[in-house]
Design a protein. Structure first.
Length: 576
């Protein structure tokens, strides 16, 4: 039996009002988005509602965030459609079965990772790569929703193909669907940018105005549904509507595991789990920070994993922590995951008795809801910051962005992973190295190119700001050789290893050869500021044993030893 979570053991009555309010508001917000994201994933709309019940309960008992709201999200829906479309027809029974299986595999991957304490994977991808992936996905989703917004029946395809099809079939646009969809789109954009200010101007508090503005999608759903139902334009003007949404709670069942299908889905599930866990953990961490709380990445793996297994058992598809709904949950006053439990109960009530209310909901309105939601994910700030700070990160961001748009979702994220690893490897194989000198009047040493420092003739003090291992030893050796050749009077080569956390066997062999090469040229090789664990390993090698008197605790001591040696040599020379 699982132990009760800490928040439940410590629960206090004053917390309940905030949790009730947040649970109600998040449910109202979730209804239109759950329907829309299911459509984006190529699934019947009720599947999105199923995803907003049991997953919330599962996360509440295993997750570590007090305010993260779990459910269907845009990017995960896009990735689901990308993974399943080549295997089955969207909306078909086999497609739904594959979506459920994908959620199960996704959940098991995260659950096993949590049990193995692999929460450090939250830091596996760089922020610019994640930003590029999400921004590219936002563009991909937006273009893909244009045909639904305009009421055109077109096949799917690449961004370029969709734009060409819309241009070639412009006359096929359904005017009524387009008017409804575009009107909803414009209002939702206004709600995102200006409605809060208007509400504050009429006397509402900042908090209430912002919450009401975030509930604009539900208002659009209600108004557009009433318009279609009262005018009958779904029949007279062929405006496409949601239609019948089956009522009743989902049947709980263990998904049928087909090993051939599992083999086809494990890689997409792995990619979804990597990206969405990182995004979810980031959202949870940012919200926890605002309240002085902490999250556990390992617990997040367990919580999101359990949520997806619960989704699969209830006939849903992959879920994760959503940014928008989590912010609303936080702003509405959620104190604990009880808010999620309340939201799940309210959603179950809607599914059991009120799904017929969505019959006349226009598909173009759902498309507008998706487009506004995902365009808010475009991250121009990260691009600007990366451009100012690090061009390598900028390149990673832009290539990942382009990869998602022109190659596809899975290919784009694989490109992002490859770029993250490539940047990491390139930086570790091209370490920063600096000749240092002593700051006048102190025992501190700094880069001679950045500071006014004193140097001693005959000694080159080189600080290496990276661990030495097989991938960078040759480059470091070449740089040192070029340095010695440019300093013809060198008699002492001092390697300052304060930033070195590892010396592998290849590095030891390189340093051993370097010592012999330097000795043949009458140059002493010395080390300074080696960390304890590295020094311990070095001293166990033949190189370390022969250099015990050439290893200094501080760079200052090495400089004093060089000055003394130089002075003694001069005296001996003058005596002779």
């Amino acid at each position: 039996m699982l132990p009760l979570p800490d928040w439940l053991i410590r629960y206090q009555r004053p917390w309940l009002s905030g949790d009730l309010t947040a649970g109600l508001i998040v449910t109202v917000m979730l209804i239109p988005k759950s329907l829309a994201y299911a459509m984006l994933a190529g699934l019947p709309p009720q599947i999105g509602l199923y995803d907003s019940m049991l997953p919330l309960l599962a996360y509440a008992f295993l997750g570590s965030s007090m305010t993260l709201a779990v459910g269907p999200v845009a990017v995960a829906s896009l990735m689901t459609a990308s993974a399943l479309t080549p295997l089955a027809t969207p909306g078909s029974e086999s497609y739904i079965t594959l979506a459920v299986l994908l959620a199960l595999i996704f959940g098991l991957i995260l659950l096993i990772a949590g049990l193995l304490r692999l929460g450090f994977l939250a830091y596996f991808l760089s922020h610019p790569v994640i930003s590029g992936f999400i921004s590219g996905s936002a563009i991909l989703i937006t273009i893909g929703q244009l045909k639904y917004l305009l009421g055109i029946s077109l096949p799917g395809g690449s961004i370029i193909a969709i734009i060409k099809d819309i241009a070639y079939h412009f006359e096929a646009i359904n005017p009524q669907s387009a008017v409804i969809g575009i009107a909803a789109l414009l209002f939702l954009f206004f709600a995102r940018s200006g409605l809060s200010s208007v509400l504050r101007a009429v006397g509402l508090s900042v908090k209430r105005a912002e919450l009401l503005a975030r509930l604009a999608p539900m208002a659009v759903v209600i108004v557009s549904t009433i318009i279609v139902a009262s005018t009958g334009i779904h029949q007279t003007a062929h405006v496409v509507i949601v239609g019948n949404v089956p009522s009743g709670l989902p049947h709980l069942a263990v998904p049928h595991i087909n090993w051939e299908q599992t083999h086809a889905l494990w890689l997409p599930a792995l990619l979804i789990s990597l990206v969405k866990f990182i995004e979810s953990a980031s959202v949870a961490q940012s919200l926890a920070f605002k309240r002085g709380q902490r999250i556990s990445p390992d617990r997040e793996l367990l919580g999101i994993g359990a949520a997806n297994i619960a989704s699969a058992l209830s006939g849903g598809y992959p879920v994760t922590g959503g940014f928008a709904r989590s912010v609303v949950n936080f702003s509405a006053g959620a104190n604990t995951p009880v808010a999620g439990v309340i939201s799940a109960v309210l959603m179950a009530t809607v599914i059991a008795a009120f799904t017929n209310w969505f019959y006349y909901l226009p598909i173009s309105v759902l498309a507008a809801t998706i487009m506004v939601a995902v365009l808010g994910l475009l991250d121009w700030q990260t691009l600007r910051e990366a451009w100012r700070y690090d061009k390598a990160n900028t390149l990673s961001l832009m290539l990942t962005f382009a990869g998602v748009i022109f190659l596809g979702v899975e290919e784009g994220i694989l490109l992002g992973v490859a770029l993250s690893l490539a940047v990491l490897v390139w930086r570790s194989t091209h370490p920063h190295m600096a000749i240092v000198g002593r700051v006048p009047g102190t025992e501190h040493f700094r880069n001679i190119e950045r500071h006014h420092v004193d140097t001693l003739p005959g000694i080159v003090a080189l600080r290496i700001d990276e661990s030495l291992y097989f991938a960078n030893t040759q480059i470091i050796e070449e740089k040192i050789e070029n340095l010695i050749q440019s300093h013809a009077d060198t008699r002492t080569l001092l390697l300052i290893l304060s930033a070195v956390n590892q010396l592998d066997s290849t590095a030891i062999a390189m340093l051993t050869d370097m010592k012999k090469n330097m000795a043949a040229r009458n140059i002493r090789l010395q080390f300074a500021e080696i960390k304890g664990p590295v020094l311990g390993r070095l001293c166990s090698t033949p190189l370390g044993k022969t250099m015990r008197d050439q290893i200094f605790l501080r760079t200052h001591e090495a400089f004093l030893a060089h000055a003394l040696h130089t002075s003694t040599a001069k005296k001996n020379s003058s005596t002779v």
